[in-house]
Write a protein that binds this ligand. Sequence first.
Ligand code: NAD
Length: 367
Amino acid sequence: MSKTFFITGGAGFIGSAVIRELIHNTDNHVVNVDKLTYAGNLESLVSVADSERYTFVQADICDAPAMQQLFEQHQPDVVMHLAAESHVDRSIDGPAEFIQTNVVGTAVLLEAARAYWKNLQQQDADKAEAFRFHHISTDEVYGDLEGTDDLFTETTPYAPSSPYSASKASSDHLVRAWQRTYGLPTLVTNCSNNYGPYHFPEKLIPLMILNALAGKPLPVYGDGQQIRDWLYVEDHARALIKVATEGDVGKTYNIGGHNEQTNLHVVETICEILDELVPCKVKGNSHHLPLTAHDSHKQLITFVTDRPGHDVRYAIDASKIERELGWKPEETFETGLRKTVEWYLANKTWWKRVQDGSYQGQRLGSL
Ligand code: NAD
């Protein structure tokens, strides 16, 4: 039976992938609740905008009356909470917004969901029984695996390093407390680094693709030996929908792609894919002369001062979600990265409008 999904942060990178998957490949309804910060981009949702199963509302999750009203109005079956400030470097420059949205906003949303769910228990016991609140989080809450071969499991103790990961850790704790204390039917997922289409160009992979296309330096933090475990965003979206609809209440599931790569290897692989597809515009070759071995985009790689508190290694053990829910990623790092580079080459209008700021002109469906 068709369900109504209440998705926060649906105009962001991962939320928009979840919504595209729900609208294109299921018969469910979606209410997308997003404040449209700089990271929210309705142009990532043009393919669903005309669907009568899709509704957008511009609202802040910190706005308690608005959240209560939206729950009552839309009567959701499932909440998928993705709204967050998500960029680690920004959290170092200005942590307040991260605490506001990620911690306070999550608490506001939990309270609105709890009030709605309590009413539902009086009015529609079956719907209340099936209600789910799924909180989407990061593997960065577990801290740093430097110098070990360990993997993060669902029982790894929390040890966040950045204001971003500390705020996400706080929100995870709040969600578990609402389950334990009030019985709210929650689920938590912690996922590794995502990449793929519609990724905001401040993040590593799109930044490197777009800088390389422009012949600009490719800034790599420190020695580039930090290890991240990469997952293609559409694989993450499918995993999230599986957890929200089939996961066991109260459980946590780690999600990852078994793709541990150093940042330097990621950047070099992007350069190699681009070398095959487009001429290199490095200084001295701006006339698109045929490539020589010396004209690889790799020439643009520049090492810059490391980020303070930079974790060295993250790696996820995703065996629980694979075993219990039968999820597996479809993309390898090689296939996913090639698809991503090709997407940026084919979708210049999307990222040029992000770069010149015109994507922020769209403001629809405010409360
Ligand atoms: P994103 O920054 O691309 O999108 C966040 C969205 O939330 C934006 O559309 C923004 O407008 C919205 N938003 C921000 N503050 C809001 C508020 N107060 N009220 C309503 N909406 C608000 O983030 P993303 O990369 O899509 O990440 C989504 C979630 O997944 C986050 O919770 C993040 O912590 C988590 N996560 C991300 C990754 C990753 O690699 N990107 C990995 C694991 C987990």
